[in-house]
Design a protein around this ligand. Structure first.
Ligand SMILES: Cc1cc2nc3c(=O)[nH]c(=O)nc-3n(C[C@H](O)[C@H](O)[C@H](O)COP(=O)(O)O)c2cc1C
Length: 194
């Protein structure tokens, strides 16, 4: 099984990165392959709503020239997309939001001259989130947005690991990250019912 992690924290030693390192280690320990993409190191322009991609059914079709084409390819080659982000203003950080906008149009060809396919239909999607507030108040709106995003995109939503920022990542947080990885592996293997 192949996981594609989009890492959207600007802090390489921060809470999200620390939790993600254990999550990734556990995935690899159990034989999964992982593509790890640090979005703050990439050039990702915002979607400009030109809709050129909507009439190109066999690929990304975005006319903008940046790192999104290769991110699109890596997402398409994976079985499960993992979005890891700190919560900023009740949602994900800006490079992940830009990537999500580019993918929701580049992957879902719903709004062209003819209605087209979702190129990533039936792939899995999971979230890893850290936030300052209690998770019910800090991470709920992003999760709701992503559940709707997955439904629209025909992605199979697998769940969220949400960890509150307590000043330092605890041993319990690390063990929850590993447990989350072990939970996702069999869920990623099983096919969605036709
Ligand atoms: C600009 C900014 C905005 C934030 N907005 C929120 C927020 O809306 N809700 C929340 O619960 N935490 C918020 N936080 C707290 C972070 O989500 C939290 O500290 C997180 O663990 C930081 O992750 P990192 O260590 O990977 O950078 C915000 C932090 C920053 C820097």
């Amino acid at each position: 099984m192949k996981f594609c992690i989009l890492m959207a924290s600007p802090r390489p030693q921060g809470n999200t990165a620390t939790i993600l390192a254990s999550f990734r280690e556990e995935l690899e320990e159990w034989g999964s392959s992982v593509d790890y993409i640090s979005l703050y190191k990439k050039k990702i322009k915002p979607c400009i709503g030109c809709r050129v991609c909507q009439n190109i059914f066999d690929g990304f079709g975005c006319p903008q020239n940046d790192d999104m084409q290769s991110i699109f390819n890596q997402v398409l080659q994976s079985d499960c997309l993992v979005l890891a982000t700190p919560i900023y203003s009740w949602y994900c950080t800006p490079p992940l939001k830009a990537a999500l906008d580019r993918l929701v149009f580049g992957m879902n060809k719903y709004y062209g001259k003819k209605k087209g396919p979702s190129l990533w239909a039936k792939k899995k999607c999971a979230l890893i989130v850290t936030c300052g507030y209690k998770v019910e108040y800090g991470a709920d709106l992003f999760e709701q947005g992503m559940i709707r995003y997955c439904k629209h995109s025909q992605l199979d939503y697998l769940g969220m690991l949400a960890v509150r920022d307590k000043g330092k990542v605890t041993a319990e947080d690390i063990s929850r990250a590993k447990e989350f990885a072990r939970k996702l592996i069999p869920l990623t293997r099983c096919r969605v019912q036709e």
